[in-house]
Design a protein around this ligand. Structure first.
Ligand SMILES: C[S@@+](CC[C@H](N)C(=O)[O-])C[C@H]1O[C@@H](n2cnc3c(N)ncnc32)[C@H](O)[C@@H]1O
Length: 315
């Protein structure tokens, strides 16, 4: 798929398919013997008939690496479990600090608005393409799943006027916000990332906080692309059957450093190497993939300084 500035997709196509892939990885973790995180809704979300093709590609990939102790597939399940754990903790710490407004940028099939124990009155805004969010809302409603927060689905392209759409759905820029940027940045050009960061900053009251997954700051853009391509090209790869290659939908120019941007805009910013977090959680990313370092990223935490009691804490 060649990317352009105004391309579009739903949950079955292009960039939208990557939301299904990561939900499948969370379902695999949930169904494993000793799950680090449990996303009970993930299985429901990937089981709809219209996702049969994507599901078949994922199943073929998983089956092809079944007998390898440390396959690309297993490594990705582990990596996403660690990533989910990190962002879940960010949500819990934000709630504990009194933040009651949460925005999940590129929410895809993220089920946090349904599975986390949010304090009463918390509003969780989910932004993604309209078709992706419509699929999630309809599928979960069909299974009788109910949100555990006030959930507001905001179907809009993050390269367009998403602040207008967010505010049109009740978002209040006077309140501190917790922002999640998970599994998003490689899909936006550097310019689109900078535009999004600037808009996010403009909408953030003092004591707002964010968590982001950033590959570029961890390994450099070229290596991040190579890391992804190595997985796409492996023996147990995607797409052997003409199916998905997630790396194909990364943007050629996603070369922006998220931590640097927020640091230079006065946010108090820290980086955590995902390999250290994996080690700490007993999911070490120690193996080497065809001579390359295992997949890893930086997890960025940032807080916008200013008056108010919510600013304390690690985030
Ligand atoms: C890999 S999935 C991650 C989804 C979710 N954050 C998670 O971790 O489960 C990437 C998501 O980014 C969304 N996305 C990418 N570019 C976007 C854009 N310009 N506007 C809105 N959503 C976008 C896709 O639709 C997809 O749902």
């Amino acid at each position: 798929m060649t990317r352009s500035d105004d391309d579009a997709w739903d949950v079955q196509t292009g960039v939208g398919s990557t939301a299904v892939i990561v939900a499948a990885l969370r379902a695999a973790e949930t169904n494993s013997a000793n799950p680090l995180v449990r996303d009970e809704v993930a299985e429901l979300l990937i089981s709809a008939p219209e996702l049969e093709g994507t599901r078949a590609s994922i199943a073929a990939w998983a089956a092809s690496s079944e007998h390898q102790a440390d396959s690309d597939y297993r490594r990705l399940v582990n990596y996403h479990a660690v990533r989910t754990h990190y962002f879940d903790r960010f949500c819990a710490e934000s709630s504990a600090a009194g933040v009651q407004q949460v925005v999940i940028l590129a929410a895809g099939l993220d089920s946090r608005a349904y599975r986390l124990a949010w304090p009463a009155g918390t509003a969780v805004y989910e932004i993604d393409m309209p078709g992706v969010l419509e699929y999630k809302s309809a599928t979960l409603a069909c299974h009788g799943a109910a949100p555990t927060a006030v959930r507001r689905a905001v179907g809009v392209d993050l390269r367009k006027d998403w602040p207008g759409a967010l505010q049109g759905n009740g978002f209040d820029s006077a309140k501190p916000t917790a922002w999640l940027i998970e599994g998003l940045l490689p899909f936006l050009s550097a310019r689109a990332q900078h535009d999004m960061f600037a808009r996010l900053d403009g909408l953030s009251a003092p004591a707002s906080r964010l968590a982001a997954e950033d590959f570029v700051g961890a390994v450099g853009f070229q290596q991040a692309v190579e890391q992804q391509r190595a997985m796409d090209a492996g023996d147990d790869r995607w797409g052997d059957d003409g199916g998905l290659d997630p790396g194909d939908v990364w943007h050629d120019d996603a070369n922006s450093n998220c931590a640097d941007w927020f640091r230079s805009h006065s946010w108090r910013t820290t980086c955590l190497d995902s390999r250290e977090e994996a080690e700490r959680l007993g999911r070490p990313a120690r193996s080497v993939l065809r001579g390359q370092a295992p997949m890893f990223a930086n997890f960025i935490a940032a807080i916008k300084p200013g008056a108010g009691g919510c600013e304390s804490g690690e985030w």
